[in-house]
Design a binder for this molecule. Structure first.
Ligand code: ZN
Length: 194
């Protein structure tokens, strides 16, 4: 007999309903000595802290063209994105950026400098994009991408980009490149839910 299957798998909500330590229901309140509400277990005492998640990605280029991937997953299915995804436990942000690039596009890259640091408080995330030089033109998109390809500046599908962090990173990259390629790290905050 196999285990019962859910209708679909989905990322669990941030708010906990039950304690991951003992399985008791949790309550939402401010712990002693704290200044904001947390999910507290009144049975075993565990405090379930929630903190922003880090999204790591790259601006990969090959002979001046920019690599974009067409998403095969929600949210923003069938729109174009720079390769990026959630940083995993136990890796550095640079390792995560390189891993996501390989997983989503098949591109092997030499990582460059950290390029954008984007706070997105409304979705509780921080996005980091590194510059990256592809080691060759070969692409082999994984299951999270419908397609991966390199774009000339004039071909970039601005109306079909997945996220504002992607659009603003691309805009800054192209601006810096037009000014002669003196790339510096940009740090800014976005308020939109995209
Ligand atoms: Zn508990």
């Amino acid at each position: 007999m196999s285990a019962p299957q859910p209708p679909a798998y989905f990322p669990a909500p941030r708010r906990a309903r039950f304690c991951s330590q003992c399985g008791s229901p949790v309550s939402r309140r401010v712990p002693d000595g704290d200044n904001r509400e947390r999910d507290l277990c009144d049975h075993c005492g565990a405090i379930h802290y929630q903190n922003p998640r880090v999204v790591v990605g790259t601006v990969p280029t090959w002979q001046g063209r920019i690599l974009l991937c067409r998403r095969a997953i929600e949210p923003r299915y069938d729109t174009w994105t720079l390769p990026a995804g959630f940083m995993e436990l136990g890796e550095s942000s640079a390792q995560g950026a390189e891993r996501e690039t390989l997983e989503e596009s098949g591109a092997r890259v030499a990582l460059g400098q950290l390029y954008t640091v984007i706070d997105v408080p409304q979705v509780e995330q921080v996005h980091l994009f590194y510059l990256a030089e592809a080691l060759g033109p070969a692409l082999d998109p994984g299951p999270e991408s419908l397609e991966a390809r390199y774009f000339d500046e004039a071909e970039i599908p601005w109306d079909d980009l997945s996220f504002r962090t992607v659009a603003t990173t691309l805009q800054r990259y192209l601006d810096d490149r037009r000014r002669g390629g003196a790339f510096q790290t940009h740090h800014y905050t976005l308020d939109s839910r995209r």
